[in-house]
Ligand binder design. Structure first.
Ligand code: GTP
Length: 369
């Protein structure tokens, strides 16, 4: 089985952190989201992965190279953004699928434990019994309004597909962004900006060729800052099982308190009197000053937090420097290598762009560019 990962979106909803890294390299417990996916693909027996890249393609290529977890990795670079369908058509020549060879298509910004082998089996059945062209992984959520919503019959056939329908919050089945198909799909795609969700899926559903595979395990997307934080905390809960995870070479002062679940990256330093957690993910080489409080927060590699500062329900980017006595709260996001002067308050959805120097307190929602 081969796979193609859609990896080229600009991740605008993850700004300012996505100004300096592609969405697929956002860390989930200090490990890029893409690594989690590639490892799962390798375990499911996938041999070759094509990465459909566009935004920050060079960063992805430099990070991954040509082989990882035993997978051969190829790149398909678009001349311009082609959406979710165009990149698959463009990669047709690179994928070189044989007749009947299964193709797994993944949105790169999904963290899940979807059983790819079971999905392949479900699609094989849908093809044999109903001449299906594609099987979508489906997920039940409490609020369908942000997603592609499906109506399914008793045989798993998708009767209707609607992308982000109006009509308020309601529970239902949505497109989980992981699909199984084969080379028959290329006839239905075009090498232009093309949306699978708006152009292909509704049409396939009308023709009765689109089927569903319900996934009940773990599933999250990392499309927005809140989602990205929630995925980190979910995985933290699962991995750490209430214990502390302290990376190699990390130094935690005896008088500091770690309140699980907490993840402390390698070579991090936590000074006396600091209280870290519950729900804190500290990257490698992070420095936490004396009597700081960090909870419900993700702090990227090598960020420094000055003494007596508070980071709560927020994200601090790589190499950012936070002064002393600073308060950062309520979904505030500090871009990579930004600097926040002593004693400031950045509260309620304040976004600080990378490398910015902040000298005044701000109450958001606000973007400091
Ligand atoms: P926002 O800008 O925040 O909406 O995010 P996005 O466009 O990066 O991602 P979106 O959730 O809309 O897309 C789902 C998946 O498709 C993600 O894995 C994206 O990386 C990918 N994707 C979106 N647009 C493109 C594109 O033009 N080319 C390629 N290769 N991938 C894309």
């Amino acid at each position: 089985m081969k796979a193609i990962i859609l990896a080229g979106g600009p991740g605008t909803r993850l700004r300012p952190l996505s100004c300096t890294r592609p969405k697929l390299l956002f860390p989930i417990l200090n490990r890029p989201a893409l690594d989690w996916t590639l490892e799962n693909l390798s375990k499911a027996g996938v041999s070759e992965v094509v990465l459909a890249v566009n935004y920050m393609a060079a960063a992805l290529q430099a990070f991954l190279g040509r082989r990882k977890y035993g997978l051969r990795i190829l790149y398909s670079k678009e001349p311009r953004a082609l959406g979710t369908g165009g990149p698959i058509k463009l990669a047709e020549k690179i994928l070189k699928l044989k007749p009947g060879e299964p193709l797994l298509i993944l949105n790169g910004d999904i963290w899940s434990d979807v059983d790819f082998a079971a999905l392949r089996e479900a699609h094989r059945r849908h093809m044999e019994e109903y001449d299906a062209v594609m099987t979508l992984t489906l997920r039940e959520v409490k609020d369908v309004s942000r997603y592609g919503v499906v109506e399914v019959d008793g045989k798993g056939r998708i009767l209707k597909f609607r992308e982000k329908p109006r009509g308020g919050k309601r529970k239902g089945l949505i497109n989980a962004g992981i699909y199984l198909t084969d080379r028959k799909i290329f006839r239905r795609l075009e090498e232009r900006r093309f949306s699978l969700e708006r152009e292909l899926f509704p049409r396939l559903a009308e023709e009765g060729k689109l089927y569903g595979f319900k996934h009940e395990g773990l599933w999250s997307d990392i499309g927005k800052i809140e989602d990205f934080m929630a995925v980190n905390f979910k995985v933290l809960e699962l991995r750490a099982e209430g214990r502390l995870e302290i990376g190699r070479g990390a130094k935690v002062a005896r008088e500091a308190q770690l309140r699980p679940p907490v993840w402390v990256g390698e070579k991090a330093k936590i000074a006396a009197g600091a209280v870290v957690g519950p729900y804190a993910v500290l990257g490698n080489g992070v420095h936490v000053g004396e009597r700081c409080k960090i909870k419900k927060a993700v702090v990227f590699d090598r960020a420094e937090v000055g003494a007596r500062s508070l980071i709560q329900d927020s994200v601090v980017g790589e190499g950012a420097v936070i002064g002393r006595g600073v308060k950062i709260r309520d979904q505030t996001v500090i871009g990579d290598h930004a600097f926040v002067a002593d004693a400031l308050k950045l509260v309620r959805k304040v976004s600080i762009c990378p490398h910015k120097e902040v000298g005044i307190s701000l109450i958001g929602p606000r973007i400091l560019a």
